[in-house]
Every structure is written in C-alpha cells, then in structure tokens.
Design a protein around this ligand. Structure first.
Ligand code: BTN
Length: 266
C-alpha cells in the first residue's frame, strides 16, 4: 500500500507517543516549516506531519531537498524532551540511529550514517535529517525532527547532478517498497530510541551511532566554515560533535561541516 493516510499509518502502529496524531498533507512547502509552526502554536509531543510532496523541501546548510510526489517519505515529528539545550544534538543522533535501523529493517540493506546525519547506502545518499530546535532559556522547548527517505524515486526521474550522489530503496533493491510500511517502521524505531534516550541510555545511543557510522579510525577531510581539517576520527562526543585528531597533532571538536573519507588507516 502506497497511499499515505492517517488511518493506514496508524493501523497496527503500536506506538504510544510517536504518531498519536498524524497529519497527512498532499503538498506542503516543507513538513519541517509546518511542524515548527504547529509546535509554536502548542502541538503536542509525538505529533507527526507527513506530506506526499514538498514544494520547498529543506536540507542542511540551506540546501534544497528534492521532494517529488508519490514516491518518497517527507516527515517531521514534534518532540518535547525535558532536557537542557546543550543536550539537544543527542536528539539528532537518536533520529539518525532510528532512521538507520528502520531503513535496514525495511530493506535488509546496511545503511551507513555519515556525520552528522546523512544516511548512505553504497556511498550514495538514501536519507537525510534536518532537525530544528526551539529553546527557552537553557531548556529545550521543542524539537522538530525532519526526515526524508528516498523510497521509490527512480534516478532516471531526478536531475543529472543528483544522480551520481543519491539513491533510493527501489534503485538498490529493484522493486517498490510500501511507503506506509516504511513510515510505520520509522515511527516504531523512533519510539523505541526516544524511550531509551529519555531513560538515560545516551551512552548506548552514541555507541550505536558509531557502529552505523563506521568512521572511527578513518582518515577524513572536514570542510568546516572557513577551514579544511584533515585527521583521524576518534568518535562522537556526547554533544554530537565529531572528535578528530588532526594531522598537525591537535585534537579537534567539529560541530558543523561536510566530511569525506580519504582512506583506511592501518
Ligand atoms: C539533508 O540531508 O540535508 C537533510 C534533508 C532533510 C529533508 C527532510 S524531508 C522532511 C523534512 N522537511 C524538510 O523540509 N526537510 C526535512
């Protein structure tokens, strides 16, 4: 079943928090923008906003997120975790781990998380996360967890410059996947990871993130604001920053940027 509706998504969903209200739209500017507006107006934790198509899907670093109708998942989830603002990046890591688990569960394929929160299969982008946080003083008021998964998009239908860097589950598997079942799997994984996170299992979350990232020990180049750093990945810090030992011998914590792998280290 490929038609997204609150009824089809809620059937046998089995979650308590994530998806207690599901709002499905034919088209939106961006599910994140809609969710942010709804959260500002008091929408509850766990409300989910889904669109069949986005007219101005947003990616990280001001990029556009390709959002054609009828084929992919564009979803935003409102969370209101009772946590300090400095811990908000952990919600992003949690979202990436849940998306990786759901993608693996749906397809049997092994996705890899590319820091900070891109999901790759065979080195091509299958999903991305854009998380927006509203804080009041030093507390999180709400988080909009925005997730896009390329489910049934064909590469033949996308602009040429995207073809070499993106993929979809359909492209990798050779057949269509149900968007409804994919979304359910995502919401179920998010519920499980969010519960574990609220129960204080953030160490486990960081280790799972590192397992999916397979970056620890790798030599990378990081383009961050106005500098390029080369170094070996040490791991991820509890605030979501990437720990690098750079080639000049210094230890670096990087909070934003684009990473590419240079090669294996012995
Ligand atoms: C990235 O990889 O740069 C992040 C992409 C995030 C895309 C999703 S689709 C649903 C939600 N709404 C948006 O406008 N963006 C996110």
């Amino acid at each position: 079943m490929n038609t997204l509706s609150p009824q089809s998504i809620k059937a046998h969903l089995g979650t308590q928090t994530i998806g207690k209200e599901i709002h499905v739209f034919g088209e939106l500017d961006s599910t994140n923008s809609k969710a942010y507006r709804m959260a500002t107006e008091g929408a509850d934790e766990g409300e989910v906003i889904v669109a069949d198509r986005q007219l101005r899907g947003r990616g990280r670093l001001g990029r556009q997120w390709l959002s054609p109708p009828g084929v992919n998942l564009y979803v935003s989830i409102i969370l209101r975790p009772p946590i300090a603002a400095r811990n908000a990046p952990l919600i992003t890591l949690m979202g990436a781990v849940a998306t990786a688990k759901a993608t693996k569960g749906i397809s049997g394929l092994q996705p890899r998380i590319k820091w900070p929160n891109d999901l790759l299969i065979n080195n091509k982008k299958i999903a991305g996360l854009l998380n927006e946080v509203k804080c009041r003083e030093d507390k999180v008021e709400f988080v909009v967890l925005g997730i896009g998964i390329n489910v049934n998009m064909t590469l033949a239908s996308v602009p040429e410059q995207i073809r070499s860097i993106a993929t979809s589950l359909r492209e990798e598997l050779g057949y269509d996947i149900s968007r409804v079942e994919s979304l359910k799997a995502l919401l179920q994984e998010l519920e499980a990871e969010y519960r574990a996170f609220l129960a204080g299992e953030s160490e486990r979350l960081l280790r799972q993130w590192e397992e999916f990232s397979q970056m620890v020990g790798k030599l990378v180049e990081m383009r961050s604001f106005h500098e390029v750093i080369r170094g070996r990945v040490r791991g991820i810090d509890s605030d979501g920053s990437l720990l690098l030992s750079s080639s000049d011998g210094s230890e670096r914590r990087v909070i934003a940027g684009d990473i590419s792998q240079l090669g294996e280290l012995s």
